[in-house]
Design a protein around this ligand. Structure first.
Ligand code: CUA
Length: 162
């Protein structure tokens, strides 16, 4: 029988409790709260996006209350088929939005404020994430991966309309 000092034993118990709590939180986030990581759904040649479904980026209605947004990131703007430096799209409240994202050049990010959307946009990869738009308002899309001198201006927005 090895001797374990009393204080050492307390620390071991404390570590066990913390580890158990983190493990429980991880399992609960998946099983109870349905947290899903954005997943890569395919490979794509960033030089030939014009020969793929990203040839016409933008919003398409795919069903009742279902929309898909194809978005290309490039230095230093989001391309979803809307002109201007701060492109904005409108989607009715209550819609389920599927975002399919890729990059033309370097690594960018797609963060939709106040929603559970935080995706890396990598050249050569299609990343996909789904989100319920259940609160009206205007929400910014922000690039959260440093992508060069114009990074801080890489902003767009989604307007969730009543
Ligand atoms: Cu694109 Cu930072």
């Amino acid at each position: 029988m090895i001797h374990i000092d009393r204080l050492e034993r307390y620390w071991l118990i404390a570590v066990g409790i913390v580890f158990g709590a983190f493990s429980a939180a991880l399992v609960a986030s998946v099983l109870v709260f349905g947290v899903r990581l954005p997943s890569p759904v395919g490979r794509i040649d960033p030089q030939k996006l014009d020969q793929t479904e990203f040839a016409t980026p933008g919003l398409t209605k795919t069903g009742d209350g279902n929309y898909t947004l194809r978005v290309i990131a490039q230095m230093w703007r989001y391309d979803f088929g809307v002109k201007g430096n701060l492109p904005n799209i409108q989607i009715p409240v209550g819609s389920k939005l599927t975002i399919a994202a890729t990059s033309k050049d370097v690594t960018h990010g797609f963060y939709l404020e106040q929603h559970d959307v935080n995706v890396m946009m990598l050249p050569g990869q299609i990343s996909q994430v789904e989100v319920m738009l259940d609160r009206p308002g205007t929400y910014h899309i922000i690039c959260h991966e440093y992508c060069g001198p114009g990074h801080q201006g890489m902003i767009a927005s989604i307007e969730v309309t009543k």
